[in-house]
Design a protein around this ligand. Structure first.
Ligand code: DX5
Ligand code: ZN
Length: 218
């Protein structure tokens, strides 16, 4: 059985107190950092200089989710900072194979994300080049949205393809993950779960992480 990983999303944290917010999730497997450029998605968050400081002070590894255009140009710089994984969107990369190899060459785990309406089938041949596949379970751009049940069959197909290839690729889901929806996403085959509001929106982030972990394994 693959390991269950919980990645709290910093998007729901207090941006004025990031260092303190990072200390509240010491039991997480990684912290998910959403980079948005107001072009690929209609929202703007943070970029390289802020991620560099987060990387310097965080005790948990960084899982970077790039919701930006021109991923080919920018993604390797996040890997160079020492971030554990860097995920670009398939829809935003001109040369996803080369980019995945660049990320690995810079020492990061290479991730590729799919928007809810992007099919996984055209990308199955890329799986051996990836360490993580992210199936978005909301339209990227904002925290606090409802989980899109319509993505479950795609999670199932992706999980089957990963198993058929030897199971070396983590299958991440992001958006609307709660103690209820995580059960269905895990049943469909996801093993890595991003949760923003379900962790930072509660009074006790580490209790929320434990509850999500327990629900995913139930
Ligand atoms: C949305 C981001 C998510 C977001 C998830 O585009 O990619 O990581 O923080 O937030 P919740 O868990 O609140 O849906
Ligand atoms: Zn994200």
């Amino acid at each position: 059985m693959p390991r269950t990983c919980i990645h709290p999303s910093l998007l729901s944290a207090d941006f004025a107190n990031l260092e303190a917010e990072l200390r509240r999730i010491g039991t997480a497997d990684a912290v998910h950092v959403d980079v948005m450029d107001n072009h690929f998605v209609p929202n703007l968050t943070l970029g390289l200089p802020v991620v560099e400081r987060i990387q310097a002070v965080s005790a948990v590894p960084l899982d970077i989710h790039l919701m930006i255009e021109d991923a080919d140009r920018w993604a390797p710089a996040y890997a160079e900072l020492g971030c554990e994984s860097v995920t670009f969107h398939a829809e935003a990369a001109r040369a996803p194979l080369k980019l995945a190899r660049d990320l690995r060459a810079h020492g990061a785990r290479a991730g590729m994300a799919l928007r809810p309406a992007t099919p996984v089938e055209p990308y199955l041949d890329l799986l051996p080049e990836l360490d993580m596949l992210l199936v978005m379970t909301v339209e990227p751009g904002f925290g606090g949205q409802a989980f899109l049940e319509v993505t479950l069959p795609k999670i199932r197909r992706a999980a089957e393809a990963i198993r058929a290839g030897g199971g070396q690729v983590a299958l991440q889901v992001d958006g609307g993950i709660t103690e209820e929806t995580i059960v269905r996403a895990a049943e469909a085959g996801a093993d890595t779960f991003v949760a923003g509001s379900a962790v930072y929106g509660t009074g006790d982030p580490e209790a929320a992480i434990a509850a999500l972990r327990g629900a995913a394994r139930s």
